[in-house]
Ligand binder design. Structure first.
Ligand SMILES: Cc1cc2nc3c(=O)[nH]c(=O)nc-3n(C[C@H](O)[C@H](O)[C@H](O)COP(=O)(O)OP(=O)(O)OC[C@H]3O[C@@H](n4cnc5c(N)ncnc54)[C@H](O)[C@@H]3O)c2cc1C
Length: 416
């Protein structure tokens, strides 16, 4: 299917990360002369699966990012700024720099941010290097610097919860364990993993596999312990044990000494999304971008969304985003051409969970939507279910390390 000039309609993509660039590339493949504007402040595009590996020095930082400009067709329009407001009534986005960009169709996929209300002062502790957190290239490089200078001691790897959005703390845990073994520091160190979650992953079978793995490596696991505060002078981290309802138990805390502390904070949508009219109003994803789980269309028919920011109850992964981008582009183009929703493609929730278990082994599981009939008997997406049980393999590692990144850079971000 190729559209001609007469059907050019203005499409704005908010966020040029994994999802935004996938949509951008696919629109340029499907439409002959697409009128697409990308709004993205960063000049580089990162390959997130490499960030934990940069964090333990197993991948060079240069391998984890590329200049966005290298991948954009010469005809494309790129606004190097952050969106600060989305006006769904006037169909305009406003950038931090004060630019107003009208849109006929909007694709929403900015990144998540650390929840500043979760642990008071945490962003400052991370910025000052008292706590390490691997979420982008700069932080991954800081994590490696800390590990490289580490000579053994108490290592605490903590997370808000092994949630389903961009929490790769289990990967960091196993990579750090591997790093300590490689450097001969394992016998001089203790490794503790603490999570506010009741399980290591919300899905039972994956939780069980991860718990067995941790136990086989001698890693102590603290479930239902929420990181409460860090004392960087005393080098102590305090956790609040949680009850069955997820509330801190009264007057109970657990304080651990640490020599190295890695923390993954709770990730939440930025205000530009949570403060907009496009969000889910209730449930676990209250404040997240509300899209139909199958069509990826928002409440307004000219707004679509995908990636980490959405209310889809499945982990956001590279595989999921690739599938979502194809469905989204098909449905956006169908809407733009005036074809009805009955011509839409549907996304079934397919995603995979790749976790690194060291620098030569990957644990992978397949997941999809779980659906339950609603009051009228129509299936309603209400969670996730396993399609492929967790399996470990060294071959998967070769794919992860050498093939997947090449496919990502070469296929997805192809210059026209
Ligand atoms: C440490 C880490 C390791 C991971 N490892 C894996 C893995 O091994 N395998 C896997 O499948 N997945 C992995 N993931 C998950 C994967 O990276 C995400 O699912 C994916 O990046 C989500 O894509 P996205 O486009 O929604 O968000 P992002 O890739 O985060 O991109 C969002 C973009 O939006 C931009 N932006 C933010 N705010 C605004 C604004 N206001 N205006 C305009 N632009 C804005 C940002 O600059 C960014 O470029 C990992 C994630 C992390 C953090």
């Amino acid at each position: 299917m190729t559209l001609t000039d007469s059907t050019r309609r203005k499409i704005v993509i908010l966020g040029g990360g994994v999802a935004g660039m996938a949509v951008f590339t696919k629109l340029h493949k499907v439409l002959r002369y697409p009128h697409v504007t990308l709004v993205e402040a960063s000049t580089t595009c990162q390959y997130p699966p490499f960030l934990p590996l940069v964090g333990v020095g197993a991948v060079r930082p240069e391998e984890a990012e590329r200049e966005i400009a290298n991948f954009l067709p010469s005809t494309s329009s790129w606004v190097r700024d952050q969106v600060k407001k989305i006006d769904t009534k006037t169909h305009t986005v406003v950038t931090e720099g004060g630019r107003e960009i009208p849109f006929e169709f909007l694709v929403v996929c900015p990144s998540l941010i650390h929840n500043p209300k979760d642990v008071k002062g945490m962003d400052d502790l991370i910025a000052e290097g008292h706590v390490h957190s691997t979420h982008d290239l700069a932080s991954a490089q800081r994590t490696y610097k800390a590990l490289d200078g580490f000579s053994g001691g108490a290592v605490v790897v903590a997370t808000h919860a092994m949630g389903i959005r961009d929490d790769f703390s289990q990967t960091m845990l196993h990579l750090i364990d591997d790093f300590l073994r490689d450097r001969g520091l394992h016998t001089k160190s203790t490794l503790i993993f603490a999570t506010a979650g009741e399980q290591l992953f919300p899905q039972d079978e994956i939780h069980k596999t991860l718990a067995e793995l941790a136990s086989s490596k001698g890693i102590e696991v603290m479930l239902a312990h929420k990181l409460q505060s860090v004392d960087p002078e005393a080098k102590e981290v305090t956790f609040a044990p949680l009850d069955e309802k997820g509330k801190p138990k009264k007057d109970e805390t657990v304080t651990l000494p640490y020599d190295l502390l890695h923390f993954t904070p709770e990730m939440v949508p930025p205000k530009v999304i949570s403060g907009s009219r496009m969000v889910a109003r209730r449930g676990d994803f209250k404040g997240w971008l509300n899209v139909d789980p199958h069509t990826l269309q928002g409440k307004e028919p000219n707004i679509f969304g995908l990636g980490s920011i959405t209310n889809l109850p499945i982990p956001s992964s590279m595989e999921a985003i690739e599938a979502q981008a194809s469905v989204l582009v098909h449905n956006l183009v169908a809407t733009l051409q005036g074809r009805g929703p009955y011509t839409f493609e549907t996304y079934d929730g397919h995603t995979s969970l790749p976790l690194l278990l060291g620098h030569n082994e990957v644990l992978k599981a397949g997941l999809t939507y779980h659906e339950t009939p609603d009051k009228k008997g129509n299936p309603e997406v209400d969670g996730m279910s396993l399609t492929e049980p967790p399996s470990q393999s060294g071959l998967l590692w070769l794919f992860f390390r050498h093939i997947a990144p090449r496919l990502f850079w070469r296929r997805r971000l192809k210059r026209r």
